[in-house]
Design a protein around this ligand. Structure first.
Ligand SMILES: CC(C)(COP(=O)(O)OP(=O)(O)OC[C@H]1O[C@@H](n2cnc3c(N)ncnc32)[C@H](O)[C@@H]1OP(=O)(O)O)[C@@H](O)C(=O)NCCC(=O)NCCS
Length: 178
């Protein structure tokens, strides 16, 4: 990792409109304007490739099923957004509003956010998160949550930089014996 985690919990100023132009450290691959928009079927290969790059596993069936569930479901608070630069998909974010999960009032959950490794640190994930949060706010919620692996310091640094703090829940798990 090239940078240390930011110390402040202060959120960055929100982006008011979509599409947006990158504001910090524009990488050459982002020379043309950054756009955030709902996913289209033609974006799926790029999303699958990006996820495989990050996780090391290609999950084509999983992404196809996610596409069917989220692509046209904004009205129910589900969002699958991509960031594009020119014709290229360079990032994505997925999340939804969940009502009374774990006993908490409706809030937005971010399940996944990824930016292509060669264009990171140019503000793309910041814009993706702001766009999905705008969608959550339009759905009437005022809180956003996520869950992440405690080993993943990169994603932790990113969410901390956006103003996210430790929440009130504790994840628990156990092995199921057959
Ligand atoms: C985390 C990730 C989404 C960030 O994307 P990005 O477009 O590079 O993020 P941004 O440029 O918007 O960065 C915003 C802030 O996050 C923090 N940040 C991002 N990358 C960082 C890094 N490598 N080290 C430390 N802080 C970092 C910084 O505070 C940065 O602000 P700054 O550039 O002004 O210092 C990207 O690195 C990624 O896709 N990583 C893999 C994600 C992953 O593991 N996904 C699976 C679980 S969902």
């Amino acid at each position: 990792m090239s940078k240390s985690a930011p110390e402040s919990g202060k959120p960055k100023s929100p982006t008011k409109n979509i599409p947006v132009a990158p504001t910090s450290q524009p990488a050459s691959a982002l020379a043309s304007a950054l756009q955030i928009r709902p996913v289209r079927r033609g974006d799926l290969n790029a999303v699958i490739e990006m996820d495989a790059m990050v996780t090391g596993i290609e999950k084509r069936d999983y992404w196809n099923s996610l596409y069917h569930r989220y692509a046209n479901a904004v009205a129910t608070g589900q969002h699958f957004l991509v960031a594009t630069s020119g014709d290229e998909v360079i990032g994505f974010v997925i999340g939804e509003v969940r009502d009374w999960e774990f006993g908490s009032p409706p809030c937005g959950w971010v399940f996944a956010i990824d930016v292509r490794p060669d264009v990171r640190l140019a503000g793309t994930a910041t814009h993706l998160l702001q766009a999905i949060c705008q969608g959550f706010m339009r759905a009437g919620v005022s809180k956003v949550r996520t869950l992440l692996s405690r080993e993943n310091t990169l994603i932790l640094s990113f969410f901390r930089s956006q103003g996210m703090m430790i929440g009130p829940f504790i994840p628990l798990e156990m092995d199921l014996e057959s």
